[in-house]
Design a protein around this ligand. Structure first.
Ligand SMILES: Cc1cc2nc3c(=O)[nH]c(=O)nc-3n(C[C@H](O)[C@H](O)[C@H](O)COP(=O)(O)OP(=O)(O)OC[C@H]3O[C@@H](n4cnc5c(N)ncnc54)[C@H](O)[C@@H]3O)c2cc1C
Length: 292
């Protein structure tokens, strides 16, 4: 029986999970499973598989999640988005997940299709994550449902207080745990936890960790998701721009410090945006103080 993330979180003091994305090519797919085969030796609590809201790879998410569970016996958390689907399609996908015994879902609004800065579905369809959580919950208690959290506030949200309230709505709809957006200043994470605890969010909030391996990619990613790059992060990585080896070393060192502090100050685990690579996630875990 595949375990629910919510049950694992109740039992363990700290969880470790790795996020992978569906590749576009057969070669990428082979590499994904080679990577997962090595990462599984770190005994992750679950693998997460992203969902390309508007993209061509979204139909692979279910197959990859299914294969990961069957091949490696590790629970797979299937990301699912409102963007790109009407309710009937979502019901079909949710039914398929149940058939395949994929019981962990990260419910999301989804990234907007490229080039769009505004998106509104027809009134009868789903616009927000909490509505998708509601839909998943309308089945039965087969699924364990997680939601996304934004330590600095979501990029399109006017203020942190509204952002916290929207998180509370997602949790009240049935979200059982939160995985955060990447961040580099741990104070953002701890302040976020404090802020949402004050309004009654008790669900575990797992920090999302992005190991930096490429300065330009970091700039691009943060531009898209709205995460702040503190000056001290620029100071470390900008001078190393173009030097892959030095960036890798500095990225590992930065992440080890970040993860050590998060765990020491009470984070319930770490969720790595592993980007279909074994390293640097493996090296970071092997160097942090509290890993197993
Ligand atoms: C860990 C993690 C994994 C992710 N994986 C994927 C993925 O696989 N595929 C993908 O496409 N994207 C993914 N994303 C990105 C995510 O889909 C985007 O950040 C998206 O813009 C927000 O998703 P959400 O589920 O938080 O949306 P929502 O919570 O619905 O929020 C969307 C916007 O609406 C506002 N809002 C929320 N609730 C309300 C409300 N009740 N009333 C009014 N406004 C409201 C929010 O402030 C926000 O601006 C991921 C993000 C994270 C942090």
């Amino acid at each position: 029986m595949v375990r629910k993330v919510s049950d694992i979180l109740k039992e363990k003091e700290r969880t470790y999970s790795f996020e992978l994305f569906p590749p576009k090519t057969k070669r990428g797919m082979r590499k994904l499973f080679e990577t997962a085969n090595i990462l599984k030796d770190l005994k992750p609590d679950w693998f997460a598989v992203t969902y390309g809201a508007g993209g061509s790879t979204r139909e692979f998410t279910t197959d990859i999640a299914d294969e990961l569970q069957k091949k490696f016996g590790v629970p797979a958390m299937h990301h699912l988005t409102c963007v790109g689907h009407n309710k009937d399609e979502l019901r079909t996908i949710i039914g398929k997940l149940k058939e395949k015994n994929i019981c962990n879902i990260l419910a999301l609004r989804g990234d907007l299709p490229e080039g769009l800065s505004y998106w509104k579905p027809p009134p009868e369809e789903l616009e927000y994550c909490y509505q998708l959580v509601d839909l998943i919950r309308s089945y039965d208690d087969f699924f364990s449902v997680g939601v996304a959290g934004f330590p600095e506030g979501h990029i399109d949200c006017p203020d942190k207080e509204s952002d916290s309230r929207y998180l509370k709505i997602k949790i009240d709809a049935g979200g059982e745990f939160v995985i955060t957006q990447l961040f580099f200043d741990n104070n953002d994470y701890f302040e976020y936890v404090e802020r949402v605890r004050k309004i009654g969010v008790t669900a575990p909030i797992i920090p999302g960790i992005l190991p930096v391996i490429d300065y330009q990619a970091l700039l691009r990613m943060c531009r898209t998701c709205g995460a702040t790059i503190p000056q001290r992060v620029h100071d470390i990585f900008k001078p190393l721009d173009g030097n892959a080896e030095a960036t890798y070393e500095a990225g590992v060192e930065f992440a080890v410090k970040q993860c050590d502090e998060l765990l020491e100050r009470g984070a319930p685990g770490l969720h790595f945006f592993a980007l279909n690579k074994v390293e640097p996630t493996r090296e970071i875990l092997n160097r942090i103080k509290h890993f197993r």
